[in-house]
Ligand binder design. Structure first.
Ligand code: NAD
Length: 365
C-alpha cells in the first residue's frame, strides 16, 4: 500500500476535462492495487490570472513542492482572442509554466514517441519504414545549453551581430545522463546519446561524461550518434531507438520530429523530472481552446502521463503497465476520439473514452 500525494493543475481550455479522466483512471488503479491518493488542485495559467491576477502564485509553487508529483492538463487560451494575451509577457499564462519548471528544478524532459499498431495509418512513414511500429523515449536536457547561455546583439561598424553561447558543465551532463540510464533500465536497456562531437566542444564533453556514467550501467548498451544523422535515422528506421539522450536544443528539435512521426498529438505524454523522484507530468499538446468544453478532446495523452507518473515518481511499474495495456485494449476494440478517428471505428467523446479505459482496469492481471 502506498500513499500518493499529487497536486493537480487542470489549467485552461480542455485541461480540466482531460485531467478529470486521468484522475478517474488513477482512482481505479488505486482501488484495484490498494493505494491511497490525496489530490490537491492548484490554479495555473489563465485560471490563476482570472483569480489572482498572475499565472502562478508562490502558494501554488509551495503546494507543488510539498507534493510527490504534479499532474497537469494544459494552460493557455486562444492567443489572438483571449484577454490574457493583452497582458505583459511575464503575466501571460505560459509564464506560469516557465516559472514552475524553474522553481522545481525540472532539468530532464521525457517525451515518449510510440506508434500504436491500431493508429499506424496516422503515421506519415510508409509501411516498409515503420514496420511493426516503434517505441522510443526522447530525453532532453531542459535547463542548460544554448537557450540559457548569455546572448547579445551588437552593431559593429554599422553591421549587426548576434551572439548566443552554449555552455554545459559536467554536473549538468552527468545528472541527465544518470536519469537516462536509469530510465533505459526500466525499458529495453539501450541509450543513444546524440551530440555534435565532430564540431562542438560542449558535445565532446557531453560524450566523455556520458561514457563515464555508462561504466556504472554495464547492463545498458550505449551508442553515440551525431545529431544530423539522428534526424535522418528517425524517419529511416525509428524502431532502432530506445532512449535518445540529448542536450536542450537538439532535444527540442528531435522530440518534435519524433512526435510528428507518430502522427497523433492527442496520444503523446510527457514528464519533466528533477534529481529526486519528483516530476511534473503533462500531455505534449496544448489547451486546444478550439474544442474546450465540447467533451470531444482525447484524454489519452494525459492518462498516459499519469501512467508515467506512477512509473517514474512512485516506481509502480505494474500499475503503469496496467494503464498502458488498458489504453491499447480500448484502441484494439476500435474506440476512437475524433482526432484519431478512422473508417470502421466507433467515435466517442472525452468522458466516454476515459470511462472505457477505466473499465479495462477492473481486474488485476
Ligand atoms: P494545441 O496543442 O492546443 O492544439 C493544436 C490542435 O490540436 C488544435 O486543433 C486542437 O484542437 C488539437 N488538439 C490538441 N490536443 C488535443 C486533444 N487532446 N484532443 C483532440 N485534439 C487536440 O496547440 P495550440 O492551438 O498551438 O495552442 C493552444 C494553447 O495551448 C496556446 O495558448 C498555447 O500557448 C498553449 N500550449 C500550452 C502548452 C502547455 O501547457 N504545456 C503546450 C503547448 C501549447
Amino acid at each position: 500500500m502506498m500513499k500518493l500525494n499529487i497536486v493537480c493543475i487542470p489549467g485552461d481550455g480542455i485541461g480540466p476535462e482531460i485531467v478529470k479522466q486521468a484522475k478517474a483512471v488513477l482512482d481505479r488503479v488505486a482501488a484495484v492495487y490498494g493505494h491511497e491518493i490525496a489530490y490537491k488542485d492548484v490554479l495555473m495559467g489563465g485560471a490563476s490570472i482570472d483569480v489572482h491576477g498572475i499565472p502562478l502564485t508562490d502558494e501554488a509553487i509551495a503546494d507543488a513542492k510539498a507534493a510527490d508529483a504534479v499532474l497537469m492538463g494544459s494552460i493557455g487560451g486562444d492567443t489572438s482572442k483571449s484577454p490574457w494575451y493583452q497582458l505583459p509577457p511575464e503575466k501571460r499564462p505560459e509564464a506560469g509554466l516557465l516559472k514552475i519548471r524553474k522553481a522545481l528544478n525540472l532539468f530532464a524532459n521525457l517525451r515518449p514517441a510510440i506508434l500504436y499498431q491500431e493508429l499506424a495509418d496516422a503515421c506519415p512513414l510508409r509501411q516498409s519504414v515503420r514496420k511493426d511500429g516503434f517505441d522510443m523515449m526522447i530525453m532532453r536536457e531542459l535547463t542548460g545549453g544554448l537557450y540559457f547561455g548569455e546572448r547579445r546583439t551588437v552593431t559593429e561598424d554599422g553591421v549587426r551581430k548576434a551572439v548566443d553561447t552554449l555552455v554545459y558543465s559536467e554536473e549538468e551532463i552527468r545528472r541527465i545522463a544518470i536519469k537516462g540510464f536509469d530510465i533505459a533500465r526500466k525499458r529495453r536497456k539501450k541509450v543513444t546519446s546524440v551530440d555534435k562531437a565532430n564540431v562542438l566542444d560542449s558535445s565532446r564533453l557531453w560524450r566523455s561524461v556520458v561514457e563515464e556514467v555508462a561504466k556504472e550501467y554495464p547492463d545498458v548498451v550505449l551508442e553515440h550518434m551525431l545529431v544530423d544523422n539522428c534526424a535522418m535515422q528517425l524517419v529511416k528506421d525509428p524502431a532502432q531507438f530506445d532512449v535518445i539522450l540529448t542536450e536542450n536544443m537538439f532535444g527540442d528539435i528531435l522530440s518534435d520530429e519524433a512526435s510528428m512521426v507518430t502522427g497523433s498529438i492527442g496520444m503523446l505524454a510527457s514528464a519533466s523530472l528533477n534529481d529526486t523522484k519528483f516530476g511534473l507530468y503533462e500531455p505534449s499538446h496544448g489547451s486546444a481552446p478550439d474544442i474546450a468544453g465540447c467533451d470531444i478532446a482525447n484524454p489519452i495523452a494525459t492518462i498516459l502521463s499519469a501512467a508515467m507518473m506512477l512509473r517514474y515518481s512512485f516506481d509502480l511499474d505494474e500499475e503503469a503497465d496496467a494503464i498502458e495495456r488498458a489504453v491499447k485494449a480500448v484502441l484494439k476494440e476500435n474506440w476512437r476520439t475524433a482526432d484519431i478517428m478512422s473508417e470502421g471505428c466507433r467515435q466517442v467523446g472525452c468522458s466516454e473514452m476515459g470511462r472505457l479505459i477505466t473499465e479495462h482496469l477492473e481486474e488485476k492481471e
